[in-house]
Design a protein around this ligand. Structure first.
Ligand SMILES: [Zn+2]
Length: 444
């Protein structure tokens, strides 16, 4: 496949508005899966579309031999919604190349990154007719909505999906051209708090002073989550946190990542828990984040009410070895303990998943580092990420295998935002990386 052909096919792939969260796009999601399956059959793999209960899963494989390692390549063909539309320079599902960047929804997350691997596989099959490994390709359509069907699919197809290692390119590179191996991810646990006071919004003159205000109660509760220095105050919450290792502290200090965080965030200054660098706070410390808060009158002008209720949405980012259920138990117990008199609180748990950590110096880590080094040159950055990819934990728990996270996304790629981009250069590098990586894994 020439580079022109691979770009053309990527553009076809990017034209599907495969937005998994919007029911009006479910036919587009299915059409995208069918296209992908056709593409995979076309390059010489045996591919098919599989029902999962939700959006379908595309599976493909070469013919397997008992004397070879088996690699499972995972990706997702679904994308995030595109609004606000008016902020896009070009239409999200009409891909274009601007200044060496492919601009489209899904360009980086995750169609472009996965498709680079698929084109690498296509060219290897064209050149030699055979890959150095047994390959399983699994591309799902529900990653952006939390992969609800994938764990059950892995359970019921364990044998078909048996492998030695999972490869995913859905994480970031530290910077342009910097080979990056992500060996840790944070977990997540979500909780919603509802605080109820009076039966209805009351007149704040007739009742104010004698009836507890749910918004004040909620604000007081939320203010007990952290101390003045950014440390989490929920008793026991941080007990299971694994300390950062000395080699990690040293490796991360040399990456220049703190300055980059400030630049990309647009915030006036960095902040957070004393005793840790900003990078350490994101990669290896837990958080309890307030994602949303509401209640009372939100319209224009003044309305003198004493509101009936208030709510807040929280998500915790978790690190090894925190257990998501235990973390939520501790958080709930704390919130109940600090809830003031005169209100009732309801706590509702959302999704959760454990953190992931693999030693980059053992298993297939060195093979991955060699492949990155051969593809990009320079020193491989060993990083953790603050985000969560719960399926990585599912691969470990259900298939019993580790995952290599070889990200090709740049920090300013606008994933999930308007004007998402993926460098043409990274698309090419991803194809080369795939070929080198499969060879290194075969010989590891
Ligand atoms: Zn995403």
């Amino acid at each position: 496949m020439t580079s022109r052909e691979s770009l053309d096919r990527l553009f076809e792939y990017l034209r599907f508005p495969s937005i998994s969260t919007q029911p009006e796009h479910s036919a587009d999601v299915r059409a995208c899966a069918a296209w992908l399956s056709d593409f995979l059959n076309g390059i010489g793999l045996a591919a098919g579309v599989h029902e999962s209960g939700g959006h379908p899963i595309v599976l493909a494989r070469n013919s397997h031999r008992a004397d070879r390692r088996t690699v499972l390549l995972y990706g997702h063909y679904d994308v995030q919604p595109v609004d606000p539309m008016e902020l896009w320079t070009s239409a999200p599902f009409d891909p274009v190349i601007r200044d060496g960047l492919i601009a489209a929804r899904g360009a980086t997350d995750n169609k472009g990154q996965t498709f680079a691997h698929l084109c690498g596989i296509a060219s290897a099959l064209e050149d030699g007719g055979e890959l150095p490994v047994n390959l399983v390709v699994l591309i799902e359509g529900e990653e952006e909505i939390g992969s609800p069907s994938l764990p059950a699919f892995l359970e019921s197809n364990r044998e078909q999906l048996a492998c030695d290692v999972v490869v995913i390119s859905d994480t970031g590179m530290l910077g342009p051209g910097v080979p990056t191996l992500t060996y840790g991810l944070r977990g997540i646990a979500a909780l919603e708090i509802e605080v109820r006071g009076p039966a209805i919004d009351l007149h704040s003159g007739i009742f104010g002073g004698a009836i507890a205000n749910p918004i004040t109660a909620l604000a007081r509760m939320l203010a007990t989550l952290h101390d003045d220095h950014g440390a989490i105050l929920v008793p026991g919450f941080c007990d299971a946190v694994r300390p950062i290792q000395a080699w990690e502290r040293e490796a991360w200090a040399g990456l220049g990542h703190d300055a980059e965080l400030l630049r990309v965030s647009g915030a006036p200054a960095l902040a957070g828990e004393t005793g840790f660098t900003p990078t350490e706070r994101i990669w290896a410390r837990p958080t309890i984040e307030i994602n949303g808060i509401g209640g009372g009158y939100q319209g224009e002008g003044t309305k003198t009410v004493l509101p009936a209720c208030a709510f807040a949405k929280l998500t915790c980012r978790l690190v090894p070895d925190q257990n998501p259920d235990t973390a939520l138990d501790l958080l709930e117990a704390h919130l109940r303990r600090v809830s003031p008199e005169g209100v009732t609180i309801t706590l509702t748990r959302g999704h959760s998943g454990a953190a992931y950590l693999a030693d980059p110096h053992s298993g297939f880590g060195p093979a991955a580092q060699r492949a990155l080094q051969r593809t990009f040159g320079g020193t491989v950055a060993l990083i953790r990420e603050g985000g969560s990819i719960p399926i990585v934990q599912s691969f470990l728990e259900i298939l019993g295998v580790p995952t290599l996270l070889l990200g090709l996304a740049l920090p300013d790629c606008n994933a999930h935002s308007p004007n998402e981009t993926f460098p043409v250069e990274n698309f090419g590098a991803g194809q080369r990386l795939n070929r080198v990586l499969l060879g290194e894994i075969a010989n590891a």
